[in-house]
Ligand binder design. Structure first.
Ligand code: GLP
Length: 241
């Protein structure tokens, strides 16, 4: 793992956007793996700026998001589809038909998971995947205990994740308890991975990921066996290293 230590959130966002932009420029039909949460908002903002001011072109790119809540329609304000629309897709020239996010509101969730996994393979696999990290070391919605061979599936969210994500909802009991998430193996199949961590709340998870045991108990630690991972971490998130 390559670790880039930066000062704070803004620098982390710029460094991450540069890494992404470099890939977009080198391969027009890039397959992007995208993440939600508070962490990548600044990176998306920087990529939008590069699109507007420097002509960074997403017209041939395809994207796959890590996860989506079960039970929320794509129009729900807290759905990850809506988040992506507001924070990125709506402001760059990516073809909406090439943006993929699991559907959390379908009858047959199992079929949706297989369909999603197959469409990643059909697109040629993910070239570059951005990840945040949960306070408990989760990646995507792969909670502690997720096996290394997992693929896209329905997962149960832990109380700690539900509480951490409650800030986006009116009340904690409105947060869905399940999600569809790419699995650990889906994420590990990406050619390149960039993990972003900012703020003191992530310090313990960052230490466990980088210095602890490689174990499914800390899903992010499993990334240490991937050949091309860059961790962009700010001073607060690195404070326990
Ligand atoms: C959610 C998402 C993850 C994200 C994590 C951290 O659970 N499914 O992909 O990395 O939260 O979120 P934040 O960046 O808001 O701290």
């Amino acid at each position: 793992m390559k670790v880039l230590l930066v000062e704070g959130y803004q620098e982390m966002s710029k460094v991450a956007a540069q890494l992404f932009a470099q890939e977009v420029r080198s391969k027009a039909d890039l397959v992007l793996g995208l993440a939600t949460g508070g962490t990548p908002v600044g990176m998306y903002a920087e990529l939008i700026r590069m699109h507007q001011e420097e002509g960074l072109d997403f017209s041939q790119a395809t994207s796959f998001n890590l996860d989506e809540y079960v039970g929320l329609s794509s129009e729900h304000p807290q759905s990850y589809r809506m988040y992506m629309q507001e924070n990125f897709f709506g402001q760059v020239n990516i073809d909406p038909r090439k943006t993929h996010i699991p559907r959390g509101d379908v009858q047959d969730l199992g079929a949706e998971c297989s369909r999603y996994e197959q469409s990643i393979v059909a697109a040629g696999g993910i070239d570059i995947q951005v990840l945040g990290i949960g306070n408990n070391g989760h990646i995507g919605f792969n909670e502690p205990g997720s096996a290394p061979d997992t693929r896209t599936r329905v997962v149960q969210l832990t109380m700690s994740t539900i509480e951490a994500n409650a800030r986006y909802f009116e009340a904690v009991d409105e947060v869905p308890t399940q999600a569809i998430s790419m699995g650990i193996q889906t994420i590990m199949s990406a050619k390149k991975i960039v993990l972003l961590a900012s703020g003191v709340a992530k310090a313990e998870a960052v230490r466990n990921m980088l210095e602890g045991e490689v174990t499914p108990a800390v899903p992010a630690s499993l990334l240490r066996s991937h050949p091309d991972v860059t961790v962009v971490v700010d001073e607060q998130a690195a404070s326990q290293l």
